[in-house]
Design a protein around this ligand. Structure first.
Ligand code: AMP
Length: 246
């Protein structure tokens, strides 16, 4: 596996699958790498903790960063190129062009994290333009992110196919997330109320957690999505409702 830091080194051959990430790899990321591996000649994973999608006071500074560990895991999962740019490579001096997916980006997460999806959409479009993938891979765990990216791709006719992979969970039901590393054992136990409440479609099961939202969202597929705060850690999760017989 090659590690590259500049756009100039990115030339790849054949159909390319891109997996955009912020690192702190777990089975959720690895499942995206494996899907990309199965469907493309070349697999590029980007590793970039995107400052533009963090608001002041969020966890940008403490976000887990361990490039060596991530590089080993990515290589084992079949990634050919790990694109780990410096911030200036993505946001050159004078940068002032943003993608704002107005409606889908302003509800739910967008309401609690203003500017978040503007940062996400902009960095994804930039990565698509740098890597020029035939396909890009995202996790259903971040259902609204998928909805935002799909809307952007449709609206701006971006020539990439968006592939969505299922949410990977720990045995106890907690969706894997780089942010789970912030949880103390006691907080992790309390966090289990989130997948349980979603599975039961019952916000009452979140008793004792600080709930930002617990709402159905008209994405494709339709989901029940929730965000909670456990101590200083904010967690999001969702379950797919389509085909729900209730
Ligand atoms: P992140 O590094 O957290 O920005 O995530 C990179 C990609 O991995 C995004 O498309 C996420 O939706 C996806 N992802 C994160 N956690 C999971 C999970 N538990 N299951 C499946 N995909 C995930």
């Amino acid at each position: 596996m090659k590690i590259v830091r500049t756009a100039a080194e990115l030339r790849t051959e054949g159909s390319t699958g891109l997996v955009p990430t912020m690192g702190g790899f777990h089975e959720g990321h690895l499942s995206l790498f494996r899907s990309a591996r199965a469907e493309n000649r070349t697999v590029v994973a980007s590793l970039f903790v995107n400052p533009a999608q963090f608001a002041p006071g969020e966890d940008l500074d403490r976000y887990p960063r361990d490039e060596k560990r991530d590089a080993t895991l990515a290589e084992e999962a079949g990634v050919d190129v790990l694109f780990a740019p410096a911030a200036e490579e993505i946001y050159p001096d004078g940068f002032q062009t943003w993608v704002d997916v107005e409606e889908v980006g302003s509800i739910l997460e967008g309401e609690y994290r203003p500017g978040h999806f503007r940062g996400v959409a902009t960095v994804c479009l930039k990565l698509f333009n740098l890597v020029r993938p035939a396909r890009a891979y995202f996790g259903q765990k971040d259902a609204q992110q998928v909805a935002v990216i799909k809307r952007m791709v449709r609206d701006l006719a971006v020539p990439v196919e968006i592939r969505v992979c299922p949410t990977i969970r720990d045995e106890d039901g907690l969706a894997l997330s780089s942010r789970n590393a912030y949880l103390s054992p006691e907080e992790r136990e309390r966090a289990l109320a989130l997948p349980r409440a979603l599975a039961a479609r019952d916000p009452g099961a979140l008793d004792g957690l600080a709930v930002d939202y617990f709402e159905e969202a008209d994405f494709e597929p339709r989901v029940l999505a929730a965000a909670v705060r456990v101590g200083s850690t904010r967690l999001i999760d969702n379950v797919v409702l389509e085909g729900d017989t209730e």
